[in-house]
Design a protein around this ligand. Structure first.
Ligand code: NAP
Length: 265
């Protein structure tokens, strides 16, 4: 899980758009819970969440933690509370030393239970190489009854890696050779009855999901920081075949961060 550092005193979260009469103080837990996330019924709703510096960098020193703050961390926890599955690329899992999703804070946990969700979202990782450390934190469940992580790979994945991971994960082929097809990943999640997928990056997986027209919502946190460097933007890949239009749905602010919710047009 991205460990976003820089704990600071969090002031109230204000909604700056849309409002009729200036900024209003809001509780993101209510907002996120009330957001409509209904896809067309053929696949889950896919919401992408990323943080970037004001100049578009997605990492500082190789991880996203240096961009974040307390309000951002709490919003991420709230979004995770709305998800059935957290989908992430193996590059992010390795860089950020992902662990299994935690139990969300009390109120989110209650809302989750009332909407019939299990206590925690399930982790799903995309990897061709299956080069994932079997002793990594992502393979330690919070509770022994939690389902193991899903690992989406392709038919050409190394046999040894497959063998090593089968004991601690559900390894699913979703592509041939060394290429996972994100359409097959999302179709498999749909078959499993997954309603909401939170895509947490990284930029190369984001690019594939957007390019395939599989993303419904983008939650973008803009950190009050200039970072420069060679870090990627939130999507990494060739120019999209069709640029994806965004409709600004909401802007919140706290501690100088902007939390923008867009719906894909
Ligand atoms: N700012 C933020 O909000 C944020 C969020 C997430 C990540 N990040 C940062 O982003 C960086 C990682 O991003 P990234 O774009 O390099 O990596 P990524 O998208 O997280 O992962 C790329 C890896 O995922 C697997 N993969 C992705 N698509 C695949 C496909 N179609 N077929 C087979 N395998 C596929 C491959 O794993 P294998 O190599 O195992 O085959 C590939 O090397 C990290 O530095 C992380 O800290 C930032």
């Amino acid at each position: 899980m991205p460990q976003r550092r820089h704990a600071v005193t969090v002031r109230a979260v204000q909604q700056v758009f849309p409002t009729n009469s200036g900024a209003v103080v809001v509780d993101p837990v209510d907002l996120v819970h009330d957001d409509l996330r209904r896809s067309d019924g053929t696949r889950p709703w896919v919401l992408m969440n990323m943080i970037s510096s004001a100049d578009g960098a997605t990492v500082v020193d190789g991880v996203s933690g240096g961009l974040g703050g307390d309000a951002d961390r709490r919003l991420l926890g709230t979004l995770r509370g709305a998800a059935d599955v957290i989908l992430v690329g193996a590059g992010t899992v390795r860089a950020e030393n992902y662990r299994s999703p935690r139990t969300p804070e009390d109120r989110v946990a209650v809302l989750r239970a009332t909407s019939g969700r299990p206590p925690r979202p399930r982790l799903a990782v995309v990897s061709a190489s299956l080069s994932l450390d079997p002793t990594a934190m992502m393979f330690s469940p919070v509770d022994p009854s939690d389902p193991p992580p899903l690992i989406y790979t392709a038919t050409g994945a190394p046999v040894e890696g497959r063998h090593a991971l089968t004991r601690m994960a559900e390894v699913v082929d979703a592509g041939t050779g060394n290429r996972v097809d994100v359409n097959l990943v999302v179709a498999d999640l749909a078959k499993r009855g997954v309603g909401v997928v939170l895509a947490e990056g990284g930029p190369s997986l984001n690019h594939q999901l957007v390019d395939a027209g599989l993303v419904d919502e983008l939650n973008l946190t803009i950190s009050p920081l200039l970072a420069a460097g060679t870090a990627r933007r939130i999507l990494a890949g060739p120019v999209l075949r069709t640029p994806a239009g965004l409709k600004l749905d909401r802007v919140l602010t706290a501690d100088g961060f902007l939390f923008c919710r867009y719906l894909l047009a």
